[in-house]
Ligand binder design. Structure first.
Ligand code: MSP
Length: 674
């Protein structure tokens, strides 16, 4: 039996799951279902990446033990994915013992083969965060001193003992791998990027840290912890039995390795196509067959990220859209390999057009007519005139073509085009039914033959498409299958085994709408409310409490002057004021008072901040300007965009004209005001 092994990246357990994570997993699940349906012995792996400094820090921030923190997050990921029918064969956790032992085994092999040596890692070091930074990551002050981007304290130049992997020796072998296996990196554009990166030369890679404790100890030198990517990438072999007894150990490993498809986001392509094959070759293990890098879901034109606050909340998504609607949208809307913009409006439109009006309508009208005009039993094709017979043949031919085209596109991971092929057959049969008007024929004495030909053709089209679409729409297709009077599990029927005409005589079951049409305005209003509420909940959970306005002084007798409403220094120190630099500034359509900024506060990612100064400032003129930002103000949504802070300005004159506060001397971004 043919085998197929497919993986997703393993997800970091330091931020909440969002649509981006779900997307990779949904696509992998669909491919796994497609292969299973076609008789492949399939293994689908996903899981969580649970080591490293960031996770140590995230646990600390939440006040939990690291173990408790990672366990909670793993549950959160599993719960978030559960409604989407993700039928994985194994969920790996890098904190599992079998994985740790197996990674150590991999390390030993690479070392025995002479590709690991001990040396000194020289870099910029921040004692507060125990982390090394490159010169590019550090913030440079005017005097040349480099500052920690997190803590704004001067960085020390230090050298730490570290193990190195001899990546520099792999340039030739990697280029040969890319050359000989043109489908090793897909799509083509990504392949070219990686090739030119490797051609530029490779440096040896530091693969251990003495300053990180939460990770896998280096064999025979436990003071060193393995670099988290060495540990994480190895999951793809440890989970199928390399170096341990998981799933029957070596035998299972030999059956499934090399992996057929590593699905990854383009953000982590280099790790999978440069480091990973080099580690494997160094250990004497075959490299993967294909690494496919998909694009990013953007929101409002920018990559979804927690910091920008533009992630799509899976709880909100799930409340309004069925599993199949989300699966359909993800596969149809995003051209696989390219970035795609996510909006709820588009999701609603696509789901209504493609599912409610398209497949759902075809199913309900076809089955209802069988129930109404044929006593609930699918008729054999009746005799009809030459023209109608020719048209029925054309529909049948379009289905044959759509089925073949679907598979051709799917094999190339062109999911969007595969679905277009299926939908072209839906459009074809819809037109056939509408033109032939079976409801009129039902009233005519000589209409029986043509009516039965039309309904037979419609049911057969529906039946073929139902089987074809089972990997994409697992729930809806099973419902259509049951309503059509077919037995068994649709996901277990290979499309190639279907024969035209097998539905004759099947009795349709109870007919219920498969994809009820969504009321766009109503659903959008509700989503907006839910998103605002979930934002508030997050803020509370993150303990980023809004800075409370001081309570108004008690009402005074008008004749007595009110005492000044003093605050204590502790009150003042609750407000975190920081220097920010405006990176981008733009107007917001239909909001004539607001400007949208991205501002560098010396943090890992810039913040999005909105300010009501559009009537007084030209946005272009503000780019580069240093401003003062209230950095710990609770995030707030305005016009659907989240503002992650407030820019300070003086309110001048009666109209309160804003004049931005700033500095006459040079100050580093992120510096705190006291
Ligand atoms: N832990 C590493 C991967 C190790 S694999 C050996 C990691 N984790 S992650 O949680 O940050 O992200 C993993 C993947 O999530 C990305 O590669 C990508 O597949 C997916 N996505 C995260 N954000 C995304 C979007 N906005 N859009 C689409 N996919 C995105 O990196």
């Amino acid at each position: 039996m043919n085998k197929f092994y497919i993986t997703t990246p393993i997800y970091y357990v330091n931020s909440h799951p969002h649509l981006g994570h779900l997307y990779t997993t949904l696509v992998a699940d669909t491919v796994a279902r497609y292969k299973r349906q076609r008789g492949f012995e399939t293994f689908f792996l996903t899981g969580t990446d649970e080591h490293g400094l960031n996770i140590e820090r995230a646990a600390e921030k939440g006040g939990l033990s690291i173990k408790q923190h990672v366990d909670n997050f793993v549950n959160e990921f599993k719960t978030a994915f559960a409604p989407y029918g993700i039928a994985y064969d194994h969920w790996i956790r890098t904190t599992d013992d079998y994985h740790k032992r197996a990674v150590q085994e991999l390390w030993r092999r690479v070392r025995e083969n002479g590709y690991i040596y001990k040396g000194k890692y020289e870099g910029l070091y921040c004692a507060n965060c125990n982390e090394f930074y490159t010169e590019n990551e550090a913030k440079a002050a005017d005097d040349g001193q480099l500052y920690c981007p997190q803590h704004d304290r001067p960085l020390d130049r230090v050298a730490e003992e570290s193990y190195f992997f001899k990546l520099s020796e792999f340039q030739g072998r990697l280029l040969e791998l890319y050359e000989k296996n043109p489908t090793f990196i897909r799509p083509e554009t990504r392949r070219n990027e990686v090739i030119s990166f490797v051609r530029g030369g490779l440096n040896d890679l530091s693969i251990s840290r003495v300053s990180v404790k939460w990770g896998i100890p280096v064999p025979d030198d436990p003071g060193h912890t393995m670099y988290v990517w060495f540990d994480a990438l190895s999951n793809y072999i440890t989970a199928i039995g390399f170096g341990n007894e998981q799933f029957g150990g070596l035998q299972h490993f030999k059956k499934f390795w090399p992996v057929d498809l590593h699905l990854v986001g383009k953000d982590i392509l280099r790790f999978h196509t440069v480091y990973w094959p080099a580690f494997l070759i160094a250990a004497g293990i075959e490299p993967p067959k294909t690494v496919f890098a998909h694009g990013m879901w953007l929101s409002g034109g920018r990559k979804m990220s927690k910091t920008l606050g533009n992630v799509i909340d899976l709880a909100v998504l799930q409340k309004y859209f069925t599993t199949d609607a989300v699966r359909y949208f993800c596969l149809r809307e995003m051209v696989f390999g390219q970035d795609g913009d996510f909006t709820y409006e588009t999701l609603l439109e696509r789901v209504n057009a493609g599912l409610a009006n398209g497949l759902g309508n075809l199913a309900s009208r076809t089955l209802t007519m069988v129930a109404r005009y044929c006593d609930g039993a699918v008729p054999a094709p009746g005799k009809a005139g030459a023209e109608l017979t020719r048209r029925a043949d054309e529909v049948r031919e379009s289905v044959t073509q759509a089925v073949a085209q679907f598979d051709r596109e799917f094999e190339e991971y062109n999911f969007s085009r595969a679905l277009e092929a299926a939908w072209s057959a839906i459009e074809r049969v819809d037109k056939f039914i509408s033109d032939a008007k079976p409801w009129d024929l039902a009233k005519q004495a000589d209409g029986r033959g043509p009516l039965e030909l039309i309904l037979h053709t419609a049911v057969e089209t529906l039946r073929h498409l139902t089987v074809l679409l089972a990997p994409v729409l697992p729930n809806a297709t099973q419902e259509i299958w049951d309503q059509s009077g077919e037995a068994g599990k649709v996901c277990e029927i290979a499309p190639s085994t279907l024969r035209w005409g097998q539905s004759t005589g099947k009795r349709v079951g109870e007919i219920k709408p498969i994809f009820p049409k969504l009321d766009k305005k109503k659903v959008m209003d509700e989503i907006k409310q839910d998103e605002a509420a979930s934002q508030v909940a997050r803020t509370e959970e993150g303990k980023e409490q809004p800075v409370q306005a001081p309570a108004p002084p008690p009402a005074q007798n008008v004749s007595e002057p009110a005492p000044p409403a003093y605050i204590t220094i502790d009150d003042f120190s609750k407000v975190e004021l920081r220097v920010g630099q405006i990176l981008t500034a733009e107007r917001i359509p239909k909001a004539d008072k607001l400007l949208r900024f991205t501002i560098d506060l010396g943090e890992a990612e810039p913040r999005q901040i909105l300010a009501g100064i559009a009537q007084y400032y030209e946005p272009e003129k503000l780019v580069g300007r240093k401003v003062i930002v209230v950095a710990n103000l609770a995030p707030r949504k305005m016009r659907g965009l989240e503002s992650q802070g407030m820019i300070l300005a003086a309110a001048v004159g009666e109209e309160g004209r804003p004049v931005l506060a700033g500095f006459l001397e040079e100050v580093p971004n992120g510096a705190k005001l006291k």
